[in-house]
Ligand binder design. Structure first.
Ligand code: IPE
Ligand code: IPE
Ligand code: MG
Length: 250
């Protein structure tokens, strides 16, 4: 069997390599509306959304973005109809199984953030397998936020730190931003430079509350299944025009 050649996209000429965001986060919103607009069941939008995510991961990897974090399922999304929740869990599991070989080929390192213990056992098994297999890969760091909630993440960090204080391993004075950051799910991933949200909603919806403190935010009305290369290019272009001051003056 001959391996199919990997065709890499080059960075568009109007983007500068040294001003690329290191880490891009996406709130992949609008799958349901995309399907509704076509008279289809919502789940068809989620299916299409997977294709978009695969493409965005590819652009990031080819163009030199080092990390991509995608919001796949929030702690609030359990409140959706059981049928939709079940579909999503099965979809995540199937996609992980199907894409693992390609992630290996493309040198992608996958990880997950969120309360994974509450996910179905069969999905957790796929997650463990994918994370373990790709752990030594050197390419893009691809993180999927699954059963993720920013408030829940902060609370679990507080508990872990409180236990260390209680056991005498650290003192209350030792708690600072660095220590706190080390207790978040994202300890090894770092903060996003750019947050993209599709479908026009101007909110964070409990995503990476701590980590987005100084992210540049880009919102497009385009629904996630329609978010394409031109749109992603536009988001990066827009990002490169921003003046990131971090509270300082020039
Ligand atoms: C985002 O699309 C995907 C998930 C939250 C899993 P939605 O399902 O929220 O789509 P809309 O917002 O209803 O259109
Ligand atoms: C945010 O989208 C969660 C994900 C994309 C996984 P939602 O559609 O759940 O958020 P709201 O309800 O618009 O705030
Ligand atoms: Mg939504």
């Amino acid at each position: 069997m001959t391996a199919k050649p990997i065709i890499r996209q080059v960075l568009p000429a109007d983007l500068s390599q040294d001003r690329l965001p290191r880490h891009v986060a996406v709130i992949m919103d609008g799958n349901g509306r995309w399907a509704k607009n076509r008279g289809l069941p919502r789940i068809m939008g989620h299916r299409r959304g997977v294709d978009t995510l695969k493409r965005v991961l590819r652009y990031c990897s080819d163009w030199g973005v080092r990390a991509l974090t995608a919001y796949a399922f929030s702690t609030e999304n359990w409140g959706r109809p059981l049928e939709e929740v079940d579909f999503l869990m099965t979809l995540f599991e199937r996609v992980l199984r199907q894409e693992l070989a390609e992630m290996m080929e493309e040198d992608v390192r996958i990880s997950f953030v969120g309360n994974l213990a509450a996910l179905p056992q069969s999905l957790r098994a796929e997650i463990d397998r994918a994370v373990t297999q790709t752990t030594g890969n050197q390419g893009i760091q691809f993180t999927v936020a699954t059963n993720y909630g920013g408030r829940q993440e902060i609370i679990q960090a507080c508990r872990a730190i409180a236990i260390k204080v209680q056991q005498g391993h650290i003192q209350p004075e030792d708690i600072d931003e660095t220590l706190f950051t080390h207790h978040l799910y994202t300890a090894e991933i770092g903060d996003p430079d750019l947050l993209i949200r599709t479908s026009g909603e101007m909110r964070i919806s409990n995503f990476l509350l701590w980590q987005l403190a100084y992210a540049e935010i880009y919102v497009t009305k385009t629904l996630w299944p329609d978010f394409d290369q031109t749109e992603f290019h536009q988001a990066l272009y827009d990002y490169q025009q921003r003046d990131r001051r971090f509270g300082k003056v020039r």
